[in-house]
Design a protein around this ligand. Sequence first.
Ligand SMILES: NC(=O)C1=CN([C@@H]2O[C@H](COP(=O)(O)OP(=O)(O)OC[C@H]3O[C@@H](n4cnc5c(N)ncnc54)[C@H](OP(=O)(O)O)[C@@H]3O)[C@@H](O)[C@H]2O)C=CC1
Ligand SMILES: CC1=C(/C=C/C(C)=C/C=C/C(C)=C/C=O)C(C)(C)CCC1
Length: 332
Amino acid sequence: MDGIMQITGGGQKSRTRMMASPGQKVVLITGCSSGIGLRMAVMLAHDEQKRYHVIATMRDLKRKDKLVEAAGDAYGKTLSLAVLDVCNDESVKQCINGIKDRHVDVLINNAGIGLVGPVESIPIEEMKKVFETNFFGVIRMIKEVMPDMKKRQGGHIIVVSSVMGLQGVVFNDVYAASKFAMEGFCESLAVQLLKFNVTLSLIEPGPVHTEFEAKMIQEVKQKECPGADPETVNYFKNVYLPSSIDIFTLLGQTPDDVARVMIEAKRPRFRNLTNPFYTPIVALKYADETGSLSVNAFYHMLFSMGPLMHVCITAMKYLTCGCLRSRAISPN
Ligand SMILES: NC(=O)C1=CN([C@@H]2O[C@H](COP(=O)(O)OP(=O)(O)OC[C@H]3O[C@@H](n4cnc5c(N)ncnc54)[C@H](OP(=O)(O)O)[C@@H]3O)[C@@H](O)[C@H]2O)C=CC1
Ligand SMILES: CC1=C(/C=C/C(C)=C/C=C/C(C)=C/C=O)C(C)(C)CCC1
């Protein structure tokens, strides 16, 4: 393993860290009870050269069993567990204060939640929860860890964003907005951090088969959408849902695919799309600065193409996988 996980500077000081052996880098990951966070934690803890000590955090330790089982022998050696709720100031402080010298070499902000539905049917409180987790949760972590990294002139902050941080998707308005907000925040901060030799990277997965997908399907099926008109509810449940399931089936990656992109890239880049299919989708946006191309393309894919969308996406998948897969999977 080489990868995005490269640390710039501060290497010697890492000897004083709690739990980590000399020379090991301390990697703190949020949201490790399932999905991408769990797999990243396990893959790093299983590094053959034992270069990382992973502090796998989750908000509720009752959910630790899947991680502990997947970690196997690494648990208690190269992987330890800690409680951390990214929405709670105290919880974040307590966790970081519990680490020797508060020394974190790599911070992976993975914890996040989704939200789908017609905007008019979603209470503002629910929308705030999404921003509180996906946006302020990341900022809370960065504020706690970044000052020490700046002092040490070294460290790496990774943020699991999404393709929806670059391109909005119908009925995902608020979730996409939370990831766009994160992208803007990181784009601004990355420049300052370079001056302190601290690297900031974004990971932008497309659909990934995790609990996130199951929760999304459940949410669409169960939501009664009060306040939304019947036509909109029909588009949400009978047009968006089947297209979305189709897209997960056709293009979905595994959490291991995503973790590998992060771990195996030779040099840390600022943006890291994990799914080659989304490269042309994002390119559409930059090809037409008025935005009409993207809005019209998505409109036709969703509302005019019907079953043809499946054929079209399958064709695009094979075309893009052919020419872009190697770039997306091993970017350097
Ligand atoms: N799956 C997908 O299609 C995609 C996912 N992503 C992003 O990937 C990241 C991981 O999601 P994924 O693995 O797919 O989904 P999962 O639902 O499997 O995992 C999300 C993790 O975040 C944790 N979490 C939620 N709220 C908090 C909180 N307040 N404090 C600490 N942890 C919290 C969950 O913990 P708990 O068990 O306690 O709920 C869980 O461990 C998210 O940021 C998501 O936005 C990006 C692109 C695509
Ligand atoms: C329905 C639909 C689409 C759906 C995309 C989806 C469902 C993407 C999911 C991404 C996820 C889950 C990201 C998580 O952060 C497209 C391709 C835009 C084309 C138009 C129709």
